[in-house]
Design a protein around this ligand. Structure first.
Ligand code: PLP
Length: 382
């Protein structure tokens, strides 16, 4: 039988019916400890921080969807990022996107910086900039594509070829795209990182993170850190992400469809200065995105005319788009990066435009979403 398709793996990989009862949904395993037949003789589970059946199902399922050999789950996306950064040593250097998610920048700059890991933000859409940021100590290139919140597109294959020629690893934050739209390992990335809090969970009701990779040696080190440092997710959280994965493909199709319609409407609206959506031909990364992604995703960012004041008005005036942080769930959200998700990068090279608004376009009826945004823009500009 050929390898099952994405949707089939999303529903079945790592979670066959429970052999004890036939339950089609394997039971959530809450036990913290597991009986041993004799000292050291057990069925792969001893203590739940080291391994837990529900977490293992999630790790297996996401690894399969990303096309990687190993998956590791964490208590949050940032915990997953932190675990990966533990593979570096003082003196090492990281290059990260100059519009990376603010929390990633804060973690690398303010947690790992004082521990001796230096970093340089760079525009990774340009190989010349990547080269200019390079140092002899560079060990890791951190890619986000599309980026948060500007939705820049980085050519993963080009960055991987460059980084590998100089002996560094490439990690791709695939939170915005999900494995349904983009598979970074297939373009040469070494590690994929996810905030499962977003599209993987998909319903704004669970915080989690994952790493997926192929290299067995690195996987062993990460697995040691996962147990030794212990930032693991609980079984119920793993179950919620597993359940989210089952509908990932159909949700992403609708997110892409709705976001494209929103981007088109905004691009033609007089109150809007510019729109960032990789699906628009005007987006500088459109061609790379079209090659690298199956669809252009559910996130749309735009700058309103009138700067901060107008942006704050729009963010307040929508009714279906809820003013809230986070993204990637079934409901539409609107947020103001300058003072919300990206407040931690104010005053840094990653500071965002005060007129910028970010939308996480949900899967509601598209006509309702378009009317909500058009109404908010009208009220804000009147
Ligand atoms: N990566 C991206 C692109 C994100 O947007 C976020 C959170 O917003 C994270 C990582 C961090 O994930 P978490 O909030 O699950 O720790």
């Amino acid at each position: 039988m050929p390898e099952p398709g994405f949707e089939t793996r999303a529903i079945h990989a790592g979670q066959p019916p429970d052999p004890a009862t036939g339950a089609v949904v394997p039971p959530v395993s809450f036990s913290t400890t597991f009986a041993q037949e004799a000292v050291g003789r057990h069925r792969g589970f001893e203590y739940a921080r080291s391994a837990n059946p529900t977490r293992q199902a999630l790790e297996t399922c996401l690894a399969s969807l990303e096309g990687g050999a190993h998956g590791l789950a964490y208590a949050s996306g940032l915990a997953a990022e932190d675990a990966l950064l533990r593979t570096l040593s003082p003196g090492h250097h990281v290059i990260l996107p100059n519009d990376a998610y603010g929390g990633t920048f804060r973690l690398i700059d303010r947690v790992w910086g004082p521990l001796g890991v230096s970093s340089t933000p760079a525009d990774l859409t340009s190989t010349a900039e990547l080269e200019a940021a390079w140092r002899a100590e560079t060990r890791l290139v951190w890619v986000e594509t599309p980026t948060n919140p500007l939705l820049s597109i980085v050519d993963i294959g080009a960055v991987a070829a460059f980084a590998h020629s100089r002996g560094a690893l490439v990690v791709v934050d695939n939170t915005f795209a999900t494995p349904y739209l983009q598979r970074p390992l297939s373009y040469g990335a070494d590690v994929v990182v996810h905030s499962a809090t977003k599209y993987l969970g998909g319903h704004s009701d669970v915080v989690g993170g994952l790493l997926v990779l192929d290299d067995p040696e690195l996987a062993n080190r990460l697995s040691f850190f996962q147990n030794a440092a212990g930032a693991v997710p609980g079984p119920m959280d793993c179950y919620l992400v597993l359940r989210g994965l089952k509908t990932l493909a159909v949700r992403m199709d609708r997110h892409c469809h709705n976001a494209a319609a929103v981007a088109d409407m905004l691009a033609g609206h007089p109150a809007v200065e510019r729109v960032r959506y990789p699906g628009l031909r005007s987006h500088p990364g459109h061609d790379v995105a079209a090659r690298q992604m199956r669809g252009f995703g559910g996130m749309v960012s735009f700058v309103v005319r009138g700067g901060e004041k107008a942006a704050l008005e729009v963010a307040r005036a929508t009714e279906i788009f809820t003013l809230a942080e986070s993204l990637g769930a079934v409901e539409s959200l609107i947020e103001y990066p300058h003072r919300m998700t990206h407040a931690s990068v104010a005053g840094s090279p990653l500071q965002v435009d005060p007129g910028l608004i970010r939308l996480s376009v949900g899967i509601e009826t598209i006509e309702d979403l378009l009317a909500d945004l058009a109404g908010a823009l009208e009220r804000a500009s009147s």
